[in-house]
Design a protein around this ligand. Structure first.
Ligand code: FEO
Length: 394
């Protein structure tokens, strides 16, 4: 796709990756992604904001060739992760006078990751500016959106915020700006859940930090741009500041039907008490959908059979993932079955040290669940409904 002008002398020059289906060898990308890069051709100097994934440098270089830019003075690296920094070496090869502009921490990371020579860098402090002549870049340090070195770049005259990962969405689209708000909201929430949720408190601070800026366009480095920034600002505000909702997320596995029967009965007991349930069979679940459900949930109940004295490995994987994503959960419990004993509960509890949750009495059935087990599940559902009510989770 050719470069597209989004404001006078400001161009979108990145790459769309329609076919990528996995990120970080972990995160499913059902709708592909994009690596957005922006060229700002000021009256005196030119700056490139972020580059592209190391698999697609030719797309970026081809776009820059089409713009017939004689020189790039600054390559702004908002973030060191390779999907944005990976083509910096190629850009420096084509424009040898260019300097990489980044935070001091980012400089160290880019030297480590890409072996960029030290003399190629200019580091910038928080709120420092660089003039391109008729356009001015302001750099806003914003740690932990997504790594500790991240910053945002604000183009003052055009009121464009370039936040790299922050506010992004893994969405391959030819739309320059958001057209289908529902689709982008969903993709951005998935992105938040998978990438940003562990840093919720840092994001709260960074949202406060950009409050004073007038922003006409948010131009992230994944997904379409926001020409109505309110959509994504409001969504992020809700995801990081709101209390959890009256929702139970129930990831489970069943090998011979016992745990499944318990899940069925438990879900019914919760629904009867007006608790919303999001149930995920971990043998087929897209973990992105599970992560999204965790954004709003007050409670997780894990359903697992006992296998080799512990939880099913897929359940252990989901627990480790939830622990890493640090959702704003308040309660957790475990239900499931066993044949002759085991330590599924103790092992799962040890896998979630990052979650500050109250652990509610687990319900474990020896073999197929019986009357007493169904009663215990009903009690657990009643406890959860009451706890949600007492906490004011609507
Ligand atoms: Fe899109 Fe943290 O990289």
């Amino acid at each position: 796709m050719k470069p597209r002008e989004i404001r006078p002398k400001v161009y979108c020059v990145g790459a769309i990756d329609w076919d990528r289906r996995l990120f970080d060898a972990l995160i499913p990308l059902p709708d592909g992604t994009s690596y957005n890069s922006y060229l700002i051709n000021g009256s005196e100097k030119a700056a490139l904001i972020d580059t592209v994934d190391p698999t697609m440098p030719d797309v970026l270089i081809n776009n820059l060739n089409q713009l017939v830019i004689d020189n790039i003075d600054y390559v702004v690296a908002n973030h060191a992760e390779q999907d944005h920094s990976g083509a910096i070496p190629q850009v420096l090869g084509k424009y040898p006078k260019a300097k990489v502009v980044c935070t001091p921490k980012c400089k160290g990371m880019l030297i480590d990751l890409l072996m960029i020579p030290e003399e190629k860098f200019i580091t910038v402090n928080d709120k420092e500016t660089i003039s391109l002549g008729d356009k001015t870049l302001e750099f806003i340090h914003a740690p932990w959106v997504h790594w500790p070195e991240t910053m945002l770049t604000y183009l003052k005259e055009d009121k464009i915020l370039f936040p790299c990962d922050f506010f992004g969405s893994h969405l391959a689209t030819t739309d320059l700006y958001v057209t289908d708000e529902g689709q982008v909201y969903e993709a951005a929430k998935r992105y938040y859940a998978e990438i940003m949720m562990p840093f919720r408190t840092n994001i709260q601070k960074n949202l406060e930090k950009i409050k004073g800026y007038t922003i006409d366009i948010i131009a992230p480095s994944h997904g379409p741009m926001y020409d109505k920034p309110k959509l994504i600002l409001k969504a992020y505000h809700s995801w990081v500041f709101d209390e959890p909702k009256n929702i139970v997320v129930l990831p489970y596995i069943s090998m011979h039907g016992s745990t499944h029967k318990m899940v069925e009965c438990f879900v019914e007991a919760l629904v009867q008490r007006s608790v919303i349930v999001k149930q995920f069979d971990l043998t087929v679940t897209d973990i992105g959908k599970l992560a999204m459900a965790l954004v709003d949930a007050a409670t997780v109940v894990i359903g697992t059979p006992t296998i080799l004295v512990g939880p099913h490995p897929n359940v252990a994987y989901a627990a480790i993932l939830a622990n890493a994503l640090r959702p704003n959960l308040k309660f957790i419990s475990i239900i499931g079955s066993y044949g002759w004993g085991g330590k599924a509960v103790e092992q799962l509890a040890a896998m979630i040290p990052n979650l500050s949750v109250e652990i509610l009495e687990p319900v474990l059935s020896k073999g197929f669940p019986k009357e007493a087990d169904f009663k215990a599940l009903d009690n657990l559902a009643a406890t959860i409904a009451e706890k949600h009510k007492q906490s004011g989770f609507a």
